[in-house]
Design a protein around this ligand. Sequence first.
Ligand code: CMC
Length: 422
Amino acid sequence: MSTVTLTINDTNEKFEFEVLEPTLGPKVIDIRKLYTQTKMFTYDPGFTSTASCSSNITFIDGEKGELRYRGYKIEDLAQKKSYLDTCYLLLNGSLPSEDELKSFDKEIRKRSFVHEGLKDMFKTFPDKAHPMAMMSSAVSALSTFYFEHLDVYDEAEYQVLARRIVAKVPTLAAFTYRRSLGIPFIYPDVNRSYTENFLYMMRAYPNENLKISPIEIKALDTIFTLHADHEQNASTTTVRAVASTGAHPYAAVSAGINALWGRAHGGANESVIAQLEMIGSVENVDKFIKKAKDPDDDFRLMGFGHRVYKNFDPRAKILGKLLEELKHDLGIDLELLKIAQKIEEVALSDEYFIKRKLYPNIDFYSGLILTALKIPRKMFTIIFVIGRTVGWITQWIELRNDKELKIARPRQKYTGPKDNKI
Ligand code: CMC
């Protein structure tokens, strides 16, 4: 057993802590007894040096720019497997056989319908409601219709529940869009695949046998796969914190959706395109790079930087390539693309970005592809939600099965008054 020793310099006391060995990645100092032994806390705002749980789902090596789900490289999954293969992999721990995939796919198609009452709930939202607000409300409201899932205790029940949520999320997502336009909702079509069905529910007229091109389906399917999980990011940490209290998964996923909405997290994809449009032309790029570097200006280059990746985000690399391939087929906005390419070029050779290891992240490229898929900007973060739901649920299941589970309850360094008197 490897250990580290903490020496309190003031008193020369020494405390020993075990060092835990992960299968991959940095070693972990087990400080669970730190407080009881030393009467001290650790201070780590934003959890930059904290492993909050053990997990065997997703691995990231931020220095190398590597991402794996259940040990499989993201590049292989994105190129050789479908999003539903990835969902099965995350939920079950192994890739499905042909028959397993067929029956999983069939089950997901059949579970994609939602209660009619839930559909009616959308009528009460104002026309200008943001789809993310409708989405988190709708997922939370699933618990009012499927209340038999509020208390689930075994793996079989968890799996049914996971499949229900994964299957229904695209339907709710498409409803948020149809509601924002005030146009009739389109029911799922069980003859269409997961990703095709979502595009169909977004785009079709009632009773229209809309054809969707395989190129578009493949592009969106890849985007879903790349978003499926990303270890203990802000929204997943939120899902786990809510789940640690014993709250049901609808509450946990709904909270995850709200956490994802922020511009520093999933909301960035919406902001990237808004920012490219604001920059307006290649000639203005230098001016905005200067703003991003100015310590007195809180302007940030959206789609750049990542807490974990200090090398190229591998998801961004895959999407960058896909963007090149789709440039002609999908009619990518070439002016926005030119601005994006110029930003990438300038930032990657600029001392400020190099020193801070700020590379383009997944959101830098996904917005351009989603724009070409004619997905409105307000729906970008919803696309992230569809892809990530399976990750949130898988993490929820892992937490429920974790024998070391404790309610998430960090402490603080108090800086307020000592003893005010009335
Ligand atoms: N533009 C300009 N400067 C930046 C940027 C940026 N996009 N990102 C970080 N910096 C600077 C920051 O000002 C700081 O500089 P200094 O050391 O001089 O104070 C330094 O880089 C470190 O930044 P940080 O905020 O301490 O880093 P973090 O790890 O806490 O934040 C981040 C990571 C993703 C929130 C941040 O890079 C950011 O705000 N990026 C823009 C938003 C974005 O694209 N978010 C999507 C993330 S990928 C999708 C997802 O997983 O959600």
